[in-house]
Design a protein around this ligand. Structure first.
Ligand code: GUN
Length: 299
């Protein structure tokens, strides 16, 4: 039976490190890091997410700035707000919650954020910096996965890593991070031939495809570390009429019988994302002020 990697507990230790560093920034430099979150429209899931971000930001001792704009906000108005936040010295991190409404171009918005304040790490400059092994702002979810992998293995050098999924938010940056840590990296996706065989070579298997329970125990090398980024809601008739349950991209029962370690869903990667966002905000604040970065919270 695999060890369960407790993302909830890990996220709590990340938040503690963030809070300690924030306290030091205030005490020694009189600086309070600030995170601005912009939400366009009224998507209920996004609203919950934004509220959680705001609460955890304040709990870590940082300033939280929330900007909620109506769904029909013109793109020019959103870009004007981003420009204002780019020029606000109290704001060290800017995040525009995705997805944005259809009339707004996502790439235009992302690339309008000042790269040094881009705590999502989605700006083309940060993507390029990461790809060339330079100091970048790194996307939160893959960075959280890397932290958990380093915690379990120490050095990842020479390990075979397979990332299933090629999204800009998780798959591609995850592959870059594993490559930077000297893994032999394969990106598998919907067109990959013999995907089971490819996965079975992995010492580290990261699943980020958004297909419920796609990866089963017979795809996994005995003793492998399996990181499940998927969060899928599926019908759960056994819990009653119309009930749903959360599952990952990994079939937990069969994979946990083979793997050496596994992140559960929920309670694995999920809680790490906001914790790393807070860490990225502190990192951005330190870099902007020419101060030492928090240890263990960067790539
Ligand atoms: N929507 C869902 N996940 C994310 C994320 O990591 N960043 C942003 N900006 N929007 C999201």
């Amino acid at each position: 039976m695999a060890d369960i990697i407790d993302g909830k507990a890990f996220a709590a230790t990340v938040r503690e490190k963030v809070a300690t560093h924030v306290a030091r920034l205030k005490e020694e430099h009189g600086i309070t890091p600030g995170l601005a979150v912009v939400l366009v429209g009224e998507d209920p899931a996004s609203e919950v997410y934004v509220r959680n971000k705001g609460r955890q930001t304040v709990e870590c001792g940082m300033n939280s700035f929330e900007h909620k704009l109506p769904a029909d906000t013109p793109e020019a108005d959103l870009l004007a707000l981003i420009d204002q936040l780019n020029n606000d010295p109290a704001v060290h991190g800017i995040l525009c919650q995705l997805p944005v409404p259809d009339h707004i171009d996502e790439a235009t918005v992302i690339n309008a954020i000042a790269p040094e304040k881009d705590v999502d790490g989605f700006h083309i400059s940060n993507v390029g910096l990461l790809a060339t092994g330079q100091k970048a702002m790194v996307p939160c979810t893959p960075l959280g996965c890397l932290m958990m992998l380093r915690d379990r293995h120490g050095s990842l050098s020479g390990m075979d890593a397979v990332v299933v999924g090629r999204s800009n938010i998780v798959g591609k940056p995850m592959a870059q991070l594993l490559l930077k840590d000297s893994c032999t990296v394969t990106i598998a996706h919907s067109r990959t031939k013999n995907i089971e065989e490819v996965c079975k070579r992995a010492d580290i298997l990261v699943a980020a495809v958004g297909r419920p329970e796609m990866i089963t125990g017979d795809w996994v090398k005995p003793g492998a570390t399996v990181i499940d980024v998927g969060i899928n809601r599926i019908p759960a008739p056994e819990r009653g009429e119309g009930k749903m349950r959360l599952v990952g991209d990994v079939e937990f029962a069969s994979v946990s019988a083979v793997a050496g370690a596994i992140t559960p869903v929920p309670g694995g990667v999920g809680p790490m994302t906001i914790a790393v966002l807070l860490a990225n905000t502190v990192t951005a604040c330190c870099r902007m002020n020419g101060l030492a970065e928090p240890e263990g919270l960067t790539a």
